[in-house]
Design a protein around this ligand. Structure first.
Ligand code: FES
Ligand code: FE2
Length: 389
């Protein structure tokens, strides 16, 4: 990728483009049927990345995840296995766990039923009042969970009658070896935040899938570190990788490769449907920092939720966690205001009905094109032909 970017900056190569312009009917963002289908087919029924393995390294470690629908609890058992459950007490439905402090048992705050880390009902006050209920049947409700390449995925719909497990080989497909090389299992979480945006989730998603907007929207922040409109892409089935024109590459331009200084890997990885993993080294070459963003539909069609988390390699010591935390805060500010302020204005333009012309996705906006096609395909609702009516 480095070589391709440098050749591009030297003028020997062009940014990667799609074959054609795509006319996109703005109703793909505003059609309530489409929105419901996306929530069901993509977020309730598809694999959802809930975090990285480093967040669940010890028995009792847990992740709470409620962005895709029902609240989910993912927990590492005493036996080292990961399990995922609806985060709901099987007595009368109270939320069972509301913080991530590790613990050996799960105590329901409503009437005090206690579950073990494997989800079995371990004890309860006044047991004789429930005689004959069948303890077995009152274990926590399982949902599918699987761990691969240092990432943990669940499907938030409970397993019915044993149901289907998650097939991550099939889901990740050809991007598996690349993810393996990223050693995501060595990353340590520094900070995580939730950003709410008043826009459709796909308008929020679009912001992160092209760099065409960077010189205008981010002119006072990240644009300074990037050559404008430089982009290369690699596609791996429904997933992809992108690299842009970081000014770090300036030191390499015009030099024979043998003289290039060592540079860390920088690239952005997109996992369908909603995840971005950005590898940067904003501090020094020995401290890779990884930002993970996941975008979800909010409570309504005009709301979106972004979970943004920043990680570092466990062993890197040159930069204090506080510095990385400050960088994370800056990113939250840039996404939450610069990006989502624009995405909000787009939503306001279309929420009351089609403006009568299609939006245009240029050949440079190829990843946005791919995403819209793939989402439409996944929900079984092809993109409307043109933006009339
Ligand atoms: S709802 Fe949990 S103990 Fe009653
Ligand atoms: Fe942006």
């Amino acid at each position: 990728m480095q070589r391709r970017i440098v050749h591009l900056l030297e003028g020997d190569q062009k940014s990667d483009f799609a074959d054609e312009i795509l006319e996109l009917d703005p109703r793909v963002y505003t059609d309530p049927k489409r929105f419901e289908a996306e929530r069901k087919k993509i977020f309730l029924e598809g694999p959802m990345l809930v975090g990285l393995s480093g967040e669940l390294s010890e028995p009792g470690d847990r992740i709470l995840f409620d962005a895709a629908g029902p609240p989910i609890l993912v927990i590492r058992g005493e036996d080292g296995a990961l399990r995922a459950f609806l985060n709901m007490c099987t007595h009368r439905g109270a939320r069972l766990v509301s913080n991530c402090d590790p613990a050996k048992q799960l105590l329901c705050p409503f009437h005090g039923w206690v579950f073990d880390l494997e989800g079995r009902l371990a004890s309860m006050p006044l047991k004789h009042a429930f005689e004959g209920m069948g303890d077995e049947a009152r274990g926590l409700i399982r949902v599918p969970v699987a761990e691969r390449h240092g990432m943990v995925f669940v499907r938030v719909r409970p397993l019915e009658g044993g149901g289907e497990e998650l097939d991550l080989e099939d889901f990740l497909g050809p991007i598996g070896p690349l993810l393996d090389a990223l050693q995501l299992d060595t990353l340590r979480l520094i900070r995580a935040d939730r950003i709410e945006a008043h826009t459709n989730w796909k308008l929020a998603l679009d912001m992160g899938r092209e760099v065409y907007h960077v010189p205008a929207v981010h002119k006072n922040t990240i644009a300074a570190n990037l050559y404008p409109h430089v982009a290369i892409f690699d596609c791996y089935g429904t997933h992809s990788r992108f690299s842009g024109g970081s000014k770090d590459f300036a030191a390499l331009v015009g030099k024979p490769e043998a003289e290039w200084p060592a540079m860390n890997y920088q690239a952005v990885h997109y996992l369908f449907p909603n995840t971005t993993l950005s590898f940067t080294h904003s501090f020094d070459t020995e401290t890779p920092v990884v930002t993970m963003s996941r975008i979800f539909p909010g409570e309504s069609i005009g709301e979106a939720v972004t979970l943004l988390a920043t990680y570092r390699r466990g062993e890197a010591k040159h930069v204090a966690d506080e510095q990385i935390s400050a960088m994370h805060e800056a990113v939250v500010g840039i996404v939450g205001t610069e990006d989502y302020d624009v995405a909000h204005t787009v939503w306001k333009s279309i929420e009351h009905g089609s403006p009568g012309i299609p939006f245009l996705l240029g050949r440079n906006e190829l990843l946005v094109q791919r995403y819209h096609r793939e989402i439409a395909d996944r929900i079984g609702m092809p993109l409307p032909e043109r933006g009339r009516g």
